[in-house]
Design a protein around this ligand. Structure first.
Ligand code: PMP
Length: 429
């Protein structure tokens, strides 16, 4: 008897009209892994290759100038979308992983900002993309990697311990804005403030935030923020690295060398291009950047902007959480929907059903047309060391989902669990 929640827009997503081989209509609940793409983005990509394709920044011909304009105007859109001070603070990468690696290598390793005894603070709940690069750089520099633990009861980050971990040895805090498994929305502004008081720099992994809520890099105050185009209705192959101008300019050495990133090349040495090209070696993902610009237009103009999307997702997040929470045998990871820490929950739930392997569950409901993810969601240490499980199932929603999608998911889940010889029982009121 809960009120139905309609999708913000389903019609723009042709893939959602698909039926499976069993004749079931697709319900896509895996947007935390990658979002579907609206026609506006598919058409922008096609338009670029049909009418505008040329390499950027080097051609005397007009087509190259047009391609350059399209590429650079996409950068300007990203800068405005994140409220960066300047377009040149936006570096295009292949994905968020490459963006984090760029900081790890260009700042941590080549920039000489980490020395033996320095500390890098991450959390136990980070995605591998915000963990492995720091392990690699720590091993090479002698810096020490430290991990913010979870509060065992609420499964949120232990901020008191974080504050105690900060010291003059802390050089970097690298932290997710929204947990891709635990679903919390972290107060990254406060984390940045505390880290800055200790003299540390801050990288915010905003992969699960930028597609879903307004994100303002100046308000957060962080040195870097990264996101992936493919999770925000954009194509794969394009990622975003925001960096404060003076950090990109003065604290980070060129990482990948080659064309585009140089000013002058001599046989034995080179000088480097200005920002942001210093970090964009080789031909960039031009068409993907242009289509990411179209994705931003779609989110802002087509759907009415990130505030509206956020409000919509809060409702759907509640609907999803409450739908799973009603069963005694289901445990949802991360802080409860209504928690004492005042943490908001994003529109994703990782969970396990007692006695059922998450992969079996995902495989069986897939036959009903329901696409959810099962596994460790690139957060193995979180599952193994903090939650004590091998993996989990995860349902995540976006602008094209409705409460009816979640109802279908729950129906399929109940059926699948019974096929697997278990039974879901309602929690006593
Ligand atoms: N961080 C988080 C929190 C993520 O959810 C993801 C994507 N699953 C990444 C980083 C990495 O993104 P990509 O694979 O696009 O580089």
């Amino acid at each position: 008897n809960r009120p139905a929640i309609a999708a913000l827009d389903k019609d723009s997503f042709p893939i959602l009209e698909r039926t499976t081989t069993e004749g079931k209509q697709l319900v896509y609940l895996d947007s935390a892994a990658t979002s579907q793409k609206p026609l506006q983005v598919i058409e922008a990509l096609s338009h670029f290759y049909r009418y505008e394709n040329a390499n950027v920044h080097r051609g005397a011909h007009r087509l190259s100038q047009q391609a350059t304009e399209a590429f650079e105007s996409a950068r300007a859109k990203v800068a405005r979308f994140l409220n960066a001070k300047k377009d040149t603070e936006i570096v295009f990468t292949r994905n968020a992983t490459e963006a984090i690696n760029t900081v790890a290598y260009a700042w941590g390793l080549l920039g000489g900002n980490l020395t033996p005894g320095d500390e890098i603070i991450v959390s136990v709940a980070e995605h591998h993309a915000n963990l492995v690069p720091w392990q690699l750089v720590a091993q090479r520099t002698g810096a020490r990697l430290r991990h913010i633990p979870l509060l065992p009861q609420v499964q949120a980050l232990d901020m008191d311990t974080f504050e105690k971990m900060l010291s003059e040895r802390t050089k970097l805090v690298a932290i997710a804005y929204v947990g891709n498994v635990l679903g919390y929305v972290q107060d990254v502004r406060r984390i940045t403030e505390l880290a800055h008081q200790a003299g540390a720099s801050v990288l915010v992994d905003a992969c699960q935030a930028v597609p879903h809520m307004p994100v303002d890099v100046q308000d957060i105050g962080c040195e870097w923020l990264v996101a992936s185009g493919h999770k925000m209705c954009g194509p794969t192959g394009i990622g975003i690295l925001y960096g404060k101008e003076h950090v990109l300019r003065r604290e980070m050495a060129p990482f990948l060398g080659g064309g585009e990133m140089i000013a002058e090349v001599f046989l034995d040495h080179s000088t480097f291009a200005d920002l942001p090209h210093k970090f964009e070696a080789g031909t960039p993902s031009i068409g993907d950047a242009v289509a990411l610009g179209a994705a931003i237009d779609y989110l802002e103009d087509g759907l009415g902007g990130m505030k509206r999307i956020h409000q919509f997702e809060l409702q759907l997040a509640r609907y999803l959480y409450e739908s799973l929470e009603q069963f005694q045998e289901i445990s949802i990871y991360g802080p409860p929907l209504d928690n004492d820490l005042g943490l908001e929950r994003a529109a994703l739930c990782a969970f396990n059903v007692r006695g059922v392997h998450p992969s079996d569950l995902a495989t069986i409901i897939d036959l009903d047309g329901i696409a959810i993810r099962a596994g460790h969601h690139c957060a193995q240490p979180l599952h193994r060391d903090a939650l004590g499980v091998g993996g989990s199932a995860r349902a995540s929603v976006y602008v094209y989902n409705s409460s009816a999608d979640i109802d279908r998911f729950i129906d399929a889940l109940v059926d699948a669990v019974s096929v697997l010889g278990e039974k879901l029982t309602l929690r006593p009121a």
